[in-house]
Design a protein around this ligand. Structure first.
Ligand SMILES: [Zn+2]
Length: 478
């Protein structure tokens, strides 16, 4: 047979090739073989009618979390169920991903940035340069494609932050930053500082919407300030998400104070005491929730159930607050510069094992609201993400591209079929648990050769991140 799969009569949305029409898509092996209005049924092993559904290049989630204690692979399942084919984990640990990806991976392509914060590689907020060099090199050798600083949660000094940027850049790693240092916070002042510390070099600023919560100025003014900064900074790559909930670590230090600065601010924002007792009160009154494994997925639990869960695990659980503003989510997802290019490159989930995998469900709401066209949504959740990380064979349905495909019902955002590299990975909620594939750079591949983890080598030098956006008007072109 000429083809393995033939998807018939779907709405094909493929912005890289300026396609938006009802037609057929054929797959052979792990590649897209043909896309046109009608392809002969007799040429394919399997013919699947997808009338009424939309078929797009697989969703690339540019910021999520699959490696979570207690999740038992739930992150992978939740991603595949919401149509994601490629996931960039924004914290690691890479060692957990390496341990789990063959068992739980659901066929997903996964790359990871390794988080650097006190108790994960370093001892203090101001570690010596030599120590940082050692930790960063170790992580890049173990298969992480880059480094993440979780400044908002665990701030480091501006000097340490700057040094991590510099070393990661020298070592050709991808640098992700949740803004904030000991001098600023997870807010617009943190964004201003981050751009200064980057000194024009590439930097990925995570979840921009989360810095516009009204902590410094009126949130509308904060949005204006952040957009103006980003418009002037072509070296900054960024994404935003559409979820209401944030995600923090529920841990408490020896003085009875929550360790995460984001958690402290979330308590403060609604008038709760910044202490273990304050958090317990917020959990009791259901302002805060705890993320817990319920059945085979992670869910939010509240009230006494949440308090028991949090205490039983010595506070080492994920805690969330409904603190992200809708207005900030909408503006970050849709704002453009004068040339019509999106200011923020991608829509991510910041989900995975955190239950906020709403890229498609909320993204389609923006389409219904006419804030984005369907083609623009695909640009922000597949095409541009592929360019951000130099994934040349993804993000489009070109002949010869990887057969990473998401098929969904546009009315209810239900994902019907997910194909990754030509393999059926999820059909109508049934997951075929294929091993995942770890995406690594040449450097990581060398060290991982002997381990039995399926690998895909990527070249970050071809990425939008390293090549830059070249100023306004020169964003993603195919
Ligand atoms: Zn995150």
């Amino acid at each position: 047979m000429k083809y393995d799969f033939l998807f018939k009569r779907g709405r094909i949305v493929d912005p890289a090739n300026h396609r938006d029409f009802v037609g057929d898509v054929a797959v052979k092996g792990d590649k897209i073989a043909k896309v046109q209005e009608e392809i002969d049924d007799s040429l394919s092993e399997q013919v699947i009618d997808i009338s009424g559904k939309v078929i797009i290049p697989g969703i690339i989630d540019t910021h999520c979390h699959v490696a979570r204690p207690y999740a038992k692979g739930a992150g992978y399942r939740m991603l595949i169920n919401t149509g994601v084919t490629t996931a960039i984990d924004f914290e690691g640990p890479i060692e957990v991903i390496k341990r789990e990806i063959t068992k739980y991976g659901c066929g997903l392509n996964v790359a990871a940035l390794e988080g650097i914060f006190p108790e994960n590689g370093i001892e203090s907020q101001d570690p010596p340069l030599e120590k940082l060099k050692k930790v960063i090199n170790k992580n890049l050798d173990s298969g992480a494609i880059g480094i993440k600083i979780l400044g908002g949660h665990y701030p480091l000094t501006p000097e340490a932050t700057y040094n991590i940027f510099q070393i990661t850049h020298q070592e050709k790693g991808y640098m992700g930053f949740h803004v904030g240092t000991t001098e600023t916070g997870s807010d617009i002042l943190g964004v201003e500082e981050a751009v200064k510390l980057a000194e024009g070099k590439p930097l990925h600023i995570a979840h921009v919407n989360a810095y516009c919560r009204g902590y410094v100025e009126d949130p509308l003014l904060e949005l204006k300030i952040v957009m103006d900064i980003l418009k002037k900074s072509p070296n900054i790559i960024s994404e935003s998400h559409l979820a209401i909930h944030n995600g923090c670590y529920g841990g408490i230090d020896e003085n009875g104070i929550p360790i995460s600065y984001v958690l402290r601010n979330s308590l403060k924002a609604n008038g709760y005491q910044v202490s273990k007792e304050g958090l317990e009160e917020a959990l009791r009154l259901k302002y805060a929730g705890v993320t817990a494994l319920v059945g085979n997925q992670m869910e939010y639990i509240y009230g006494s159930e949440a308090i028991d869960y949090w205490k039983k695990r010595e506070y080492k659980v994920g805690v969330c607050f409904p603190i992200n503003r809708r207005r900030s989510a909408q503006v970050c997802a849709t704002e453009r510069d004068k040339k019509g290019n999106f200011v923020i490159d991608a829509i991510s989930s910041d989900g995975g094992a955190i239950p906020r995998n709403c890229i498609l469900s909320h993204g389609l709401s923006l389409v219904r609201f006419c804030a984005l066209t369907l083609s623009e949504l695909v640009q922000k959740i597949s095409l541009t993400p592929s360019r951000m990380f130099g994934l040349k064979n993804k993000g489009c349905l070109s002949i010869g591209a990887d057969a990473d495909i998401t098929i969904f019902d546009p009315d209810n955002a239900k994902v019907a079929i997910v194909l990754i590299k030509g393999q059926a990975c999820m059909v109508s909620g049934i997951i075929f648990n294929n091993p995942g594939r770890l995406m690594v750079t040449e450097r990581g591949a060398k060290k991982l050769e002997k381990q039995e983890i399926p690998l895909e080598v990527i070249n970050l030098e071809d990425s939008l991140y390293f090549k830059g956006k070249g100023g306004e008007g020169k964003q993603v072109k195919h």
